[in-house]
Design a protein around this ligand. Structure first.
Ligand SMILES: O=P(O)(O)OC[C@H]1O[C@H](OP(=O)(O)OP(=O)(O)O)[C@H](O)[C@@H]1O
Ligand code: HPA
Length: 232
């Protein structure tokens, strides 16, 4: 198993109620709120801030780490002649893929972007253990150097299944870049070569990560207030 290059232990970074004065306002469930849906209301953050108990990884930390990961992967694959094939695992990794691909694009090698959609969480906060392909690759990956772009490794079940699937399709190499990992939650050991942040075993939302399909658009990653689950 490959040893992770970028092991960054979780740095305590807690911002209580990022929405500050807006905490008393309604969250996404509060569709009756006069500001709901108004573009201007989203300008300084998100109305979802009101549902966030604390921030775990800030927008600036994500930006910095993404650049760092891109730099490292760029150096490791500098020799690859036909470029990289980045495989984004939708939906969660969509934000990371967009930012990571652009950061890599500043340095090379050239990359092609592929998307797969798989799901194992459904509407809940624990993995069902059953990985379903909702969208397969659009092209043959035989002989290509593939980097799987994942948002989070939690139990490891999704990635372990996905790596077996990709390896069966004869790629020249397959490595993984995951922005977040919960080291204490891992049930299946998976070789993740590039890791952004190790985070605590808590259900988190934001930067692509959802609860019931919401909160993906938050620019940071945080933990929901308990009452959000109660009203779900
Ligand atoms: O390590 P695991 O416990 O398998 O969890 C990780 C996976 O879970 C999430 O996807 P999810 O199934 O929720 O689908 P989504 O990306 O569409 O939200 C996340 O985006 C990862 O792909
Ligand atoms: O903590 C999480 N949040 C959202 N989606 C997830 N999928 C795996 N772990 C998580």
């Amino acid at each position: 198993m490959a040893v992770p290059h970028l092991l960054t232990r979780f740095t305590p970074f807690v911002l209580k109620n990022p929405g500050r004065g807006r905490a008393e306002r309604g969250g996404p469930a509060d569709r009756g709120h006069p500001a709901y849906g108004r573009l201007g209301a989203m300008a300084d953050g998100s109305w979802y801030d009101a549902d966030i108990d604390h921030v775990i990884i800030s927008e600036a930390q994500i930006r910095e780490k993404t650049a760092e990961l891109a730099k490292q992967i760029s150096a490791d694959y500098a020799h690859v002649e036909d470029g990289l094939l980045l495989v984004c695992v939708l939906k969660g990794a969509v934000m990371f893929m967009a930012d990571f691909a652009r950061a890599l694009g500043r340095q090379g090698p050239p990359a092609e972007l592929e998307f797969m959609a798989v799901s194992s969480y459904g509407q809940g906060t624990t993995s069902s253990g059953v990985v379903r392909i909702l969208k397969d690759l659009d092209r043959d990956i035989a002989g290509r150097h593939v980097v799987v772009v994942e948002d989070i490794v939690d139990s490891g079940l999704t990635l372990s299944w996905l790596l077996r699937y990709l390896e069966s399709r004869s790629a020249a190499s397959v490595e993984v870049v995951a922005l977040f990992r919960k080291p204490d939650a891992v049930k299946v050991q998976v070789p993740v070569k590039y890791v952004g942040f190790d985070i605590p075993t808590e259900f988190v939302v934001g930067y692509g990560l959802d609860f019931g399909e919401r909160y993906r658009e938050l620019p940071y990653v945080g933990v929901l207030k308990p009452e959000v689950y109660a009203r779900a």
